[in-house]
Design a protein around this ligand. Sequence first.
Ligand SMILES: [Zn+2]
Length: 214
Amino acid sequence: MDFAAQRVVLSTHVSGWTDFDLCGFLRDLTGAPAIMDNDANAGAIGEAERGAGQGCSPLFYMTLSTGIGGGIYEGGRVWRGADSYGGEIGHLTIRPDGPQCLCGARGCFERMCCGLWLQRDHGRSAKELMQNADFVSRYVIDLTLGLKAAIMLLNPQRIVIGGGIAKAGDRLFVPLRRELRRQITSWSGARIDCVPALLGDDSVLYGALSLATA
Ligand SMILES: [Zn+2]
């Protein structure tokens, strides 16, 4: 979405949203003012202001769900980049020879690690797959390839991961931290502080509340 213009630009997952004035639609429908942001940015605000990222700057929030999105929060606000596309970690290439992503490129972080593709590739839900320690030990290799980019680029004070897959808790986070430590070799003093969202399904809602009341 384009935050400055407050318009949906497109959805790679669901058709029919291209260049849609969602806020205008809601204003007409309800007679109430509306503001919007993408879910990862809203989640970043929610976790930064009321959740696991309180007091952390910069904070990198990642939603690990149907897709993968990222939000960068620094100095009390979301860092959006020049065109509202800052933090879009889901389409970072982690496997150049990997399968094609919905965006058209190959081996995107989202293509390798999100819930939609885990289900399609393995025939089981992400929730089920996270119960299998052998699967998780392979999964965290790709998950780390993506998160390492955020750590190298931003040196975040903390990474908070929300979305359904993060609900696996220690079954995911313990091997993930171990793999982050393995891939980020000892030359870097960047911290590895990676925790699940504290607000669960409500990170995005609290972020939206903050946007609406700002
Ligand atoms: Zn992609």
